[in-house]
Design a protein around this ligand. Sequence first.
Ligand SMILES: Cc1ncc(COP(=O)(O)O)c(C=O)c1O
Length: 369
Amino acid sequence: MPAPISRRILMQGSTGAAALSALPIAAQGAADQNGVRTLIRLHLNENPHGPSDRAKQAMRAALDDGWAYDNEDALALRRVIAAKEGLKPENIFICEGSTELLKVAALLYAGNGKDMVAGLPTFLAMPQYASRNGGQVKWANLDAAHRLDLNAMEALVGSATGAVYICNPNNPTGTVVDSGRLRSFVESVSKRALVVVDEAYIDLADDPDRTTMVDQVKLGRNVLISRTFSKIHGLAGLRVGYGLGRPDVIRRLEEMRVSVPNRMGLKAAMASYQDSEFLDYSRSMVRGCVTYTCEFLKSMQLPYIPTEANFVMFDTGGSSVDFALALRAKSIYVQPMTEPFNTWARVSMGRLEHMEAFAVAARAHFKKS
Ligand SMILES: Cc1ncc(COP(=O)(O)O)c(C=O)c1O
């Protein structure tokens, strides 16, 4: 039986990663007879099916030389991504997970006396890093459909604004903004500030080709797209992400980067990028789990936000921290939200059996409370 977990520990960190690592190992889940922990991780939006067999094969093949500093794998990946996106290698930034890109962009464009605009709630890596580095964040509430409110965000752009952060699909809501409106937003706002479009979940969107803002990069606008191998590709711990932007923006990121990606991760990323069968499989598994989870929430009469990502945000109707703690006692991790959504929680899509376990535990919690 896991040890009890305090509310304070649960609420540390916006993504839940800090909360998880802050727990003593014994509290991180029940163990089976072999001592293997059986945590059900529905709080980090990972791919429970990943990585693909081709990515695993690439890692195995790299065991002999994957330990060395990389000198050509990042360039090879830049070339392959550029060719697929109709861009040039100088438009591509390969980084240690997209968090590196978001933080370096925050430092360069939104720290030190500048400000940035972001929606509330959204993924916090960039706004948090900007404010920790002397920047100010101007927050815009979501619209009535829980989408980023582009009109409200545009109205907040001022003379000190260095960047605007658009997470699309947005984490934690899973919503997508109207792509025509986003294009006009990028066209006008990018004249005054860098528009960072975080497309971490783009492969899960209903219509990725319409949703992506890659065409805006091709038009030479001041826009930076952030992508990651941590989500649908299932390579979160290997830390590989990439950015798409104008060569002058990419050069600035390169100058300020914190580290270089590891060779094993790059080889896995290259194999996964070209494995469309695995990506289709993952997408269909996620969609199946979203349908199952939304049906369950409907049956419990719990309001939820229709999602285009691998997580669903829903209203527990009470304290979401209490809800998350009740599930944690059963080794199931979900992410409680903070103000103004502190009765809401976000559950990531695991395997179907994980979602069934989630439904059983959630039902038991609501029966009791
Ligand atoms: C919207 C969004 N962007 C970026 C990231 C960071 O991913 P990574 O640094 O693993 O690429 C996450 C992780 O949860 C996310 O949800």
